[in-house]
Design a protein around this ligand. Sequence first.
Ligand SMILES: Cc1cc2nc3c(=O)[nH]c(=O)nc-3n(C[C@H](O)[C@H](O)[C@H](O)COP(=O)(O)OP(=O)(O)OC[C@H]3O[C@@H](n4cnc5c(N)ncnc54)[C@H](O)[C@@H]3O)c2cc1C
Length: 387
Amino acid sequence: MPTSQSDQYQDIRDAVRSLCAEFPDEYHRRVDEERAYPEAFVDALTKAGWLAALIPEEYGGSGLGLTEASVIMEEINRSGGNSGACHGQMYNMNTLVRHGSEEQRQRYLPKIATGELRLQSMAVTEPTTGTDTTQLKTTAVRKDGRWVVNGQKVWISRVQHSDLMILLARTTPLADVKKKSDGMSIFVVDIREAMKKGMEVRPIANMVNHETNEIFFDELELPEENLIGEEGKGFRYILTGLNAERTLIAAECIGDGYWFTDRVTGYVSERRVFGRAIGQNQGVQFPIAEAFIEVEAANLMRFEACRLYDSNQDCGAQANMAKYLAAKASWEAANACLQFHGGFGFACEYDVERKFRETRLYQVAPISTNLILSYVAEHVLGLPRSF
Ligand SMILES: Cc1cc2nc3c(=O)[nH]c(=O)nc-3n(C[C@H](O)[C@H](O)[C@H](O)COP(=O)(O)OP(=O)(O)OC[C@H]3O[C@@H](n4cnc5c(N)ncnc54)[C@H](O)[C@@H]3O)c2cc1C
C-alpha cells in the first residue's frame, strides 16, 4: 500500500522489516497468550543495535536522530509486534544523555548501547496522585551521604526486564518550594541491588500483555552519586524527555494504523458475502478509507515533530499533537479492522483482537488524550490555565 512516507528511510525500514520477519504473527500471539515477555525479539533488536539508535556514537550508539528512531518503532508495530516491550530502552537513556554527569554517561551509556545494561524502566506515576505529578508522595531524603527513599509507584513497566530504573521523587517538601514543580529530583536505581534492600515489586495483571508493576519503597538507600543532574530540577528533566517519548509513541501508533488498514483491506477484498467481496460495499470502504486518511495525516505531524526535535527546535506542540492524532487514528483503524473481520475479528488467530487491545492503551498512557487537549488549549492557544 503506497503511503506518503513509503519512500523515506527505506534502508532502515528494510533492515528492521527483515529482522521482524523472523518473528511472525504466531510468535507474538504465543507470547501474548502466555503473558510472557518477547525475550528473543527484544534480544534480536538489541543485538542488531536498533535500540541504541539515539545513543551518541561516542558512547557506542549509532547517534541517529529521532526521525530514524521513530521509523524503527513504527516498523516494529507495523510488522505485528509491540514496541511497548522495548521502547523504554530506546528513550529512557535520553535522561542520562541530556542531564547525567560525564562520569554517569561513561558508566552507563556504552553498556546500555550493547544491551549489557537495560534501562527499560522509568518510575513517575503514583497511585494517589496520578497525572498530577507535582503532588507525588515518594520522597528521597539525604542522610549520611546516601539518599533514603520511601513511597509507592504504580504502572511501572518492564521492571523485570531492566537492570536500571529512572526514579522521580520529591527531595524538598512541597510546603518549602516556591513553585510546585521545584523540589523533585531524579535518580538512577540499580534494580537488583534495590530489590535486596527496600524495594518491592508487584506485577499488575492487565488487558494488554504489558509487563507493568506496583513498586513499594521502604527505606531504600541509594548512593549519593545516583542523583542525576541538579537536585530539585528532576521534574523539568522528565518533561524535556517527554517530547521524544510522545513522538516515538506516535510512530508506534502509526505502525499499528498501517497494520490495521493493510489487514482489513486484504480481508475485505477476499471475504465474500451476498455473492460479492464485502469491500465492494461503500459502507465497508468508507470507515477504512477514513482511518487511512487519519493515519496519513498523523504521520505528517509525526515527521514534523521529528524534524523540529532533530534540529533542536521546540517541538512540544507538534509532539503532543502527533501523539494525539496518531493514537486516535490507530484506534479508528483498529475499530474498522475489527468490525469488518466480523466474528473472525474476535478469534485470536487473526491477531486483530490482540493489536486492538495493544493500540487502545495509547489513549491513556503515557499521557491521556484529555491532558494533550489541555496542553494545546493552554500552551498553544493561550487559554486560561485550568489546573
Ligand atoms: C500499561 C501501562 C503502562 C504504564 N507504564 C508506565 C511507566 O512505565 N512509568 C510511569 O511512570 N507510568 C506508567 N503508566 C502510567 C500512565 O502514564 C498513567 O496511567 C497515565 O498518565 C494516566 O494517569 P492515571 O492512570 O493516574 O490517570 P488519572 O490521572 O487518574 O486520570 C484518569 C483519567 O481522567 C482524565 N483526567 C485526569 N485529569 C484531568 C483533567 N485535569 N482534565 C481532563 N481530564 C482529566 C483523563 O482522561 C485520564 O485518562 C502506565 C500505564 C499503563 C496503563
